[in-house]
Ligand binder design. Structure first.
Ligand SMILES: *Cc1c(COP(=O)(O)O)cnc(C)c1O
Length: 361
């Protein structure tokens, strides 16, 4: 049995979704089927945006498939990976009835979408040990089974933990949950990690859904483009739950440009630069008095604990540096998350932190 036939919401089995004017296979040279204007907007005559875009612009899908080494039919593009998180819950969780499992502290959108959708959230906290803030995968699988949850969210590399899961570990989880739950692997920071993408496991595990985004390594957060990668059957099912025209045409065009030859090369070079800066900043921070712990990170950020996180946060702010205050998160009452910036920006962070701890002492 496939994952979709086992786990798709029973009330959506025969649901076709919205039939948009672009999804019919019709052809002609005078298009009068979508109530569009016959003229371009007079303010933007050069970029003719009067037509509804394709629900899944083929060029974008092809480019994303090439980037992630899968087939276009395994890719569903959407408004950031945030939309994919929402679609997965819509497709697999009956509102007011089904459950998801997450490992806090973790990216907030899993729980936000659950709240909006009426899905209960089962929490299996990360374990803080010598190796870092780690997901307890056995406990997560047990929680899925005990609660009959439909979705398990793994964030790898983890935001904010920085932990990257091995493919072997993800494969064990997917196998144990075969026909029981969809295992979502959020790879928003995969470009900064040494671990290979879980897409390598898709052929053997059709209950995997992998999230990728152009918002972080590819520097296109404002274009709002991300995708979910899964079995062809899963992608078809998710597409039927999606808004009719999720990708604005200008954003699709920009993304295709940004993922072409020379731009992609520069992006890859910059990712390597962020990774080497990450190592430099981590070593420097560990040496600062008042810094309790800097977690190893495979993302483009560092999570650190401070003797006095308030002082560190305020001094950074006074110097014009805004970092993420993590203190409201479970287990992180003394922690800040600092994005790795340019070498000059990172130097500034280190100078301010060194100064802050001198003053606090
Ligand atoms: C930033 C982030 C996202 C959101 O990505 P968008 O594609 O911009 O929606 C998803 N997951 C994690 C873990 C993130 O940190």
């Amino acid at each position: 049995m496939s994952t979709v036939s086992a786990l798709l919401r029973s009330d959506l089995r025969d649901f076709g979704g919205y039939r948009s004017a672009r999804s019919d296979k019709l052809d002609g040279d005078i298009w009068l089927n979508a109530n569009e204007s016959p003229w371009a907007n007079p303010g933007t005559p050069a970029s003719d945006l009067r037509r509804y875009p394709s629900p899944q612009p083929q060029q974008l899908r092809d480019v994303l498939a090439g980037l992630y080494l899968v087939t276009p039919e395994q890719v569903l593009a959407g408004r950031g990976s945030d939309e994919a998180i929402d679609l997965l819950q819509r497709a697999f969780c009956m509102p007011g009835q089904d459950r998801i499992v997450i490992a806090p502290p973790v990216f907030g959108m899993y729980a936000v979408c659950a709240r909006l959708h009426g899905t209960a959230v089962i929490e299996v906290p990360l374990v803080d040990g010598a190796a870092g803030l780690n997901a307890d995968l056995d406990a997560m699988v047990d929680a899925v089974i005990a609660n009959d949850a439909r979705l398990l969210f793994l964030c790898s590399p983890g935001n904010p933990s920085g932990e990257a899961l091995s493919l072997d570990a993800i494969a064990v989880v997917a196998e144990r949950l075969r026909n029981r739950a969809v295992v979502v692997v959020d790879e928003a920071y995969a470009e900064f990690s040494e671990q290979p993408s879980a897409t390598a496991l898709l052929d053997a595990h059709d209950n995997l859904a992998i999230l990728r985004t152009l918002s972080k390594a590819h520097a296109l957060a404002a274009a709002r483009i991300g995708c979910v990668i899964g079995s062809v059957e899963m992608i078809d099912a998710l597409r039927r739950c999606q808004a009719p025209y999720p990708i604005p045409q200008p954003c699709a065009d920009v993304a295709c440009e940004a993922l072409s030859g020379s731009a992609l090369e520069v992006t890859r070079q910059r990712v390597r630069e962020i990774c080497s800066e990450r190592a430099v900043v981590a070593v420097a921070m560990v040496g600062l008095p008042g810094v309790r712990r800097v977690y190893a990170s495979q993302g483009n950020f560092l999570l650190a604990r401070f003797d006095d996180a308030e002082v560190a946060f305020q001094r950074l702010l006074q110097a014009g540096v805004v970092v993420r205050d993590m203190r409201s998160q479970p287990q992180l009452g003394d922690a800040l998350r600092i994005t790795i910036g340019s070498p000059e920006q990172n130097l500034r962070v280190l100078e301010v932190l060194a100064q802050a701890q001198v003053e606090a002492a």
